[in-house]
Design a protein around this ligand. Structure first.
Ligand SMILES: *Cc1c(COP(=O)(O)O)cnc(C)c1O
Length: 379
């Protein structure tokens, strides 16, 4: 039986021709494609500045550094995320202080933030999980009251909107990522988006070995920097993807709608929870993660996933809570039970195959496999 993959990039002849054109020039890096790509992201998001880098993780790291966060500082964030949103703090010896999440969205629960604030808290690092923006109407006043910067990890949310405003632009700085399973891809890549001239300038300098951004003295380094540059080859790929963004997002939304329709019966009969947008939110569909009935254990979920894989349906457990990762347990002393909502979502979630070209027939196959696997496990 043919396997249905979990994710798959949507690459057309446009992408291939843009990349091929760069390869016909000598400018494979530091050429014109990077600023062109940055402008395309700026137009799509309304952000004043866009700084392209070689990964979403690099973008997060540069934001943390450009805010001057360091040892002794704390940043409040979510344990229900991809590990990079927390690792970027550890890079700078900043302590991640986890706060549990809203069971509907998996985003940080605003009602729990204030209890975690200490005199050392400097920022809130908010993740727009699975392309659903967090609750900024509740988060922003808390940040303002306590004079905390909001960093938005919108690596999974390019194209999402909150009250009409683009995800990524809700705080002092945000970021997107372009690994091949994201809404658009550059192979590897990411961007910082910000309204702040200072943050943008620092990020431009730090991505390029700490060079000054106004001079052209190639060997003048004004601060500690990195090589986090995105090449023109990658940027050209991203540029073609950005030109097709609306189509790509619409195709993803259509697949999500197909799943919602096909799985509504299972939701009713087996208590399976389907992803859905809260009011005032436009999801940008990154993955399609369903949750098995409340009370389902890790073991039961893993057996369902094993059966799905036997039937040729690729799937994954999004997310395995960050606070329970071995080195986080060791570093921060976390244990099971510390963040019960995160752990419940982590125990019950299954990411189903999700990509633009998933057909209605394949959606039907996934749905049937899911029904029979859940019945076999009895959860
Ligand atoms: C993908 C992702 C990142 C990091 O992106 P990379 O490009 O893989 O470094 C960061 N945070 C979240 C929430 C992500 O999903």
């Amino acid at each position: 039986m043919e396997q249905i993959p979990l994710a798959q990039p949507d690459i057309s002849s446009l992408e291939r021709s843009y990349v091929a054109r760069v390869l016909q020039t000598p400018q494979l890096s530091l050429g014109p494609k990077v600023p062109e790509f940055e402008r395309a992201v700026a137009v799509a998001t309304g952000a004043k500045h866009v700084v392209a880098v070689n990964s979403g993780t690099s973008a997060l790291h540069l934001i943390v550094r450009s805010l001057g966060l360091g040892e002794g500082d704390e940043v409040i964030t979510s344990p229900f995320s991809f590990i990079a949103s927390s690792n970027c703090l550890l890079f700078e010896r900043v302590k991640p202080v986890f706060v549990d999440v809203d069971p509907r969205t998996g985003n940080i629960d605003p009602a729990r933030i204030e209890a975690a604030i200490t005199p050392r808290t400097k920022a809130l690092l908010v993740v727009d999980v699975f392309g659903h923006p967090a609750d900024y109407d509740a988060i922003t006043p808390i940040a303002a009251k306590h004079n905390l910067a909001i960093i938005e990890d919108s690596c999974e949310a390019l194209g999402a909107r909150y009250n009409g405003k683009a995800a990524g632009t809700m705080g002092v700085a945000g970021c997107f990522a372009f690994y091949p399973n994201k809404q658009i891809t550059t192979g590897e890549g990411g961007v910082v988006v910000t309204e702040s001239d200072t943050i943008a300038d620092l990020c431009r300098s730090m991505r390029n070995q700490g060079r000054a951004t106004n001079g052209n003295a190639w060997l003048a380094h004004v601060r500690l920097g990195y090589n986090y540059r995105l090449s023109d080859i990658h940027a050209a790929l991203g540029l073609a993807q950005m030109e097709r963004l609306e189509k790509l997002l619409a195709a993803r939304a259509k697949v999500a709608a197909g799943y919602a329709k096909r799985l509504s019966g299972l939701a009713a009969s087996h208590g399976v929870e389907l992803p859905a947008a809260l009011p005032d939110v436009t999801i940008s569909w990154f993955v399609y993660v369903i949750r098995l009935r409340l009370g389902t254990t890790y073991e039961q979920r893993d057996r369902v996933m094993a059966l799905l894989r036997e039937k040729g349906v690729c799937c994954n457990n999004y997310f395995s809570p960050i606070h329970l990762q071995p080195f986080y347990r060791e570093l921060l002393g976390h244990k099971e039970g510390d963040f019960p909502v995160t752990e419940s979502l982590g125990a019950r979630g299954i990411a189903l195959p999700f990509f633009n070209k998933l057909t209605a027939v394949q959606i039907g196959q996934v749905a049937e496999a899911l029904v029979s696997s859940i019945s076999a496990v009895g959860c």
